[in-house]
Write a protein of this length. Structure first.
Length: 150
């Protein structure tokens, strides 16, 4: 803090000190504590930074990055092995290093199909009372008949 050009009088200094103390105790922000609706009609607000992407686009970009990285690692490993061996057969190296890559790609496709086969997640919102009845039975016989009654 710089010194004033002219010294303040006692009265002016007290007023300035009171003003600074009062300003220090004033809030510098506002918090709205009103409850936010869980489900509402307000559209989502885009946040600053990278633009929002759909889940499919995000999954595709992650898959492309992972595929590119794995291809670079496998290709680099094959190149290093062929360079240092000086007599490696490129066809054999392609088969040895290509088989795990093909296996990984096949497993990734299988996992994608398994993910697509999962049931869609959905939520229900009820305004009134809800009655939920769950019954579990266990029958151990050759001929069995289960009748769920109250």
């Amino acid at each position: 803090m710089t010194e004033p050009a002219m010294p303040m009088s006692e009265e002016v200094a007290e007023k300035e000190a009171a003003r600074l103390i009062h300003a220090a105790y004033q809030p510098t922000s506002f918090r709205d504590d009103s409850p936010i609706p869980v489900v509402g009609s307000a559209p989502p607000v885009p946040q600053p930074g990278r633009p929002p992407m759909s889940q499919g686009a995000t999954d595709a970009s992650v898959l492309m990055l992972a595929g590119g990285a794995s291809t670079a690692m496998v290709g680099g490993t094959a190149a290093v092995v062929m360079y240092y061996s000086q007599f490696a057969n490129p066809v054999v190296c392609a088969i040895v290093f290509g088989a795990p890559t093909a296996l990984v790609l096949a497993l990734a496709r299988l996992a994608g199909k398994a993910k697509a086969a999962l049931p869609e997640e959905h939520h229900h919102h009820y305004a009134g009372p809800v009655y939920q009845d769950q019954r579990n039975t266990e029958n151990r016989s050759v001929w069995a008949k289960t009748i769920n009654r109250k």
